[in-house]
Design a protein around this ligand. Structure first.
Ligand code: PEP
Ligand code: MN
Length: 337
C-alpha cells in the first residue's frame, strides 16, 4: 500500500503517520516528489487497515499496490531513480555507455581496452574478474588480480568500474574495487547474493536471467531494494528461445515494458543479447531507440584472442564508430550520449 499525503500536510503529520505504520509492524519507504509525499508501506503480509490510515490528519488517500513487487513499482515512486556514477546520473537524459572486455585477461589487455573505450566516449569500464562459465574447464577469471587491474585501469582513465560478483562471501572484496556490482544472469535468483549486494551502498547492475520473466527480474530487484540499497539498474541481456542463429534472443520489449512498471533505470546488453559482433551494433541502436538508459557492450582489443566471448566482442575501432551512431539516435529521441 502507498499512503498519499495531502499537498499541505505538515512534517509532524507525516512523522505521526510513519510512526503509526511502523508501530503496526510494517516498514515505510518515503518518496518526496515535487508535488506529493508518498509513504510506501511494505514488509507484512497482513494488509493494513486503510480506513484507519485515511482517518489520520494529513493523509489524502491510500492506494493498494497490486504488483507483487512494491519498492520497485512506479506507484511507490513515480519519479525515475537516478543512479549516481562518477558524475553521471544513470536514468537521466544521458544514456550511459559501459564498455570493455568480457573478462580481465592481462594488464596489457585491460589497459588497452580501458583507454580505447574511454577515448571513444564510454562512461564506465566493464570487465569480469570472477567469471560464471558454463564449463569448469573454461577460463574462470583472474580473481583478485583482475580486480587490482581494474582498479589500475580506473586510475589511469578515470572510468568507474563495473564488475561481476558471484557469491555473497565475495561481495565485500569486490566492493573494495568496483564502483558497480554486477549480478549476472545466472545469479539473478541467488537470493543470498541479492541480499548481500542489497546490504552495500554500491550501485547494483542486475541482469535478467536467461529464462526469467520481467516480473521475476523485478522481484529480484525488490530483494535488493528491500535490504536498503536504492541504487539498482536492470539489464536486459537476451533470453533463451528456440532460435539458434543468435546466442540469446534480445528482448527489446523488456525496455518499454519494464519502464512502464518501474522507476529503476533499464540498461541493455546487445553483446550477450545477440552473441555475434556483427549484430551488436543494430541491436544497440534499437535499444537506445526503445528507451534504454544505458548500454553494456563488450569491446576487446583483439577479439580473436579473447579468453571469453570473443565472438560477440567489438574491436575498439568499430566501437568508436558505433558510439557516433548511438549519439545520433539518442539525440533523435531527445536524449544525449
Ligand atoms: C557478462 O556480462 O560477461 C556476463 C557473464 O553476462 P550474463 O550474466 O548476462 O551472461
Ligand atoms: Mn561476457
Amino acid at each position: 500500500m502507498i499512503i498519499v499525503m495531502d499537498k499541505d500536510a505538515t512534517p509532524e503529520q507525516l512523522q505521526a503517520v510513519i510512526a503509526w505504520v511502523e508501530g503496526q509492524g510494517y516498514r515505510t519507504h518515503l518518496s518526496q516528489g515535487e508535488e506529493r509525499t508518498i509513504v510506501g508501506v511494505v514488509g507484512n503480509d497482513r494488509p493494513l487497515d486503510h480506513n484507519q490510515v485515511e482517518r489520520m490528519a494529513g493523509v489524502e488517500r491510500t492506494v493498494r499496490i497490486l504488483a507483487p513487487y512494491k519498492l520497485a513499482s512506479l506507484d511507490m515512486q513515480p519519479e525515475p531513480t537516478l543512479v549516481p556514477l562518477n558524475g553521471l546520473k544513470i536514468g537521466d537524459k544521458q544514456v550511459a555507455l559501459i564498455a570493455g572486455p568480457c573478462s580481465v585477461e592481462s594488464r596489457e589487455q585491460i589497459l588497452e581496452a580501458a583507454h580505447a573505450v574511454k577515448e571513444a566516449g564510454a562512461t564506465a569500464l566493464r570487465g569480469g574478474a570472477f567469471k560464471p562459465r558454463t564449463s569448469p574447464y573454461s577460463f574462470q577469471g583472474l580473481g583478485l588480480a583482475g580486480l587490482e587491474l581494474l582498479a589500475e585501469a580506473r586510475e589511469q582513465t578515470g572510468l568507474p568500474v563495473v564488475t561481476e560478483v558471484m557469491a555473497p562471501e565475495q561481495v565485500s572484496l569486490v566492493a573494495q574495487y568496483a564502483d558497480v556490482l554486477q549480478v549476472g544472469a545466472r545469479n539473478m535468483q541467488n537470493y543470498n547474493l541479492l541480499r548481500a549486494v542489497g546490504s552495500t551502498n554500491h550501485p547494483v547492475l542486475l541482469k535478467r536471467g536467461m529464462m526469467s520473466t520481467m516480473e521475476e527480474l523485478l522481484m529480484s530487484a525488490e530483494y535488493i531494494l528491500s535490504c536498503g540499497n536504492p541504487s539498482v539498474m536492470l539489464c536486459e541481456r537476451g533470453i533463451r528461445t528456440f532460435e539458434t542463429y543468435t546466442r540469446n534472443t534480445f528482448d527489446v520489449n523488456a525496455i518499454p515494458a519494464l519502464k512502464a512498471r518501474t522507476h529503476l533505470p533499464v540498461l541493455a546488453d546487445p553483446s550477450h543479447g545477440t552473441g555475434h559482433w556483427e549484430y551488436v551494433e543494430s541491436v544497440a541502436l534499437a535499444a537506445v531507440a526503445a528507451g534504454a538508459d544505458g548500454l553494456l557492450i563488450e569491446v576487446h582489443p583483439h577479439p580473436e584472442q579473447a579468453l571469453s566471448d570473443g565472438l560477440q566482442s567489438l574491436k575498439p575501432e568499430r566501437f568508436a564508430d558505433l558510439v557516433k551512431r548511438l549519439r545520433a539516435v539518442a539525440e533523435a529521441i531527445g536524449r544525449s550520449l
